[in-house]
Design a protein around this ligand. Structure first.
Ligand SMILES: C[S@@+](CC[C@H](N)C(=O)[O-])C[C@H]1O[C@@H](n2cnc3c(N)ncnc32)[C@H](O)[C@@H]1O
Length: 168
């Protein structure tokens, strides 16, 4: 379920956030924060009137994040990533989804459900940003998004690929 040997580096986090325009991207979802390395970076960058919804299924990570993060812009949610729609308004759409989920170790149905849910909840101009340790997710993400740009960093253990996906 965790799908990682250690928390990600700040360097990978900075790469994950490098294509986000925090002056415009104000409704943000993070999937699979773990210890919150990326969550802290997002909180430092997000606008005063932005909102961050954080989905973490693991009890220990959820409890630790909930007790540590006390910011009115942030909601820590103890639910699975394929249920984003339950936590946004009926007419609301997301600017960004930042995902650390270990997609390729998920069962096929969950993998599809998470990717479809993120896509459906994003604005047409929205961004889906995912890191993985391999290029295995390329086909899956290209089947949904018109553009999938991949960055790579060795400043993480293990080295990681960042997928930047947009609808147009
Ligand atoms: C690879 S870890 C990434 C943690 C952290 N973002 C980092 O990069 O160090 C994946 C995280 O996704 C969480 N997770 C796994 N399945 C999930 C699901 N269906 N919904 C929400 N979170 C999930 C795990 O509990 C874990 O915290």
């Amino acid at each position: 379920m965790v799908g990682a040997v250690s928390p990600s580096s700040k360097s990978l986090g900075k790469k994950m956030l490098s294509n986000i325009d925090f002056s415009k991207d104000k409704l943000i979802v993070e999937l699979g924060p773990g210890t919150g390395v990326f969550t802290d970076l997002i909180i430092n960058k997000m606008a005063d009137d932005a909102r961050l919804l954080v989905f973490e299924l693991n009890d220990n990570f959820y409890n630790s994040l909930s007790s540590r993060i006390n910011d009115p812009r942030v909601k820590i949610i103890h639910d699975s990533a394929e249920f984003i729609h339950k936590y946004i308004g009926e007419t609301e759409k997301l600017d960004v989804v930042i995902s650390s989920l270990p997609l390729m170790v998920f069962p096929e149905k969950l993998r599809q459900d998470v990717v479809n849910e993120s896509f459906d909840c994003l604005k047409d101009t929205g961004k889906y940003i995912q890191f993985q340790y391999s290029l295995q997710s390329k086909k899956l993400l290209e089947s949904k998004y018109d553009q999938v740009k991949i960055q790579f960093t060795i400043k993480n253990f293990p080295p990681a690929f960042v997928y930047n996906c947009t609808k147009k």
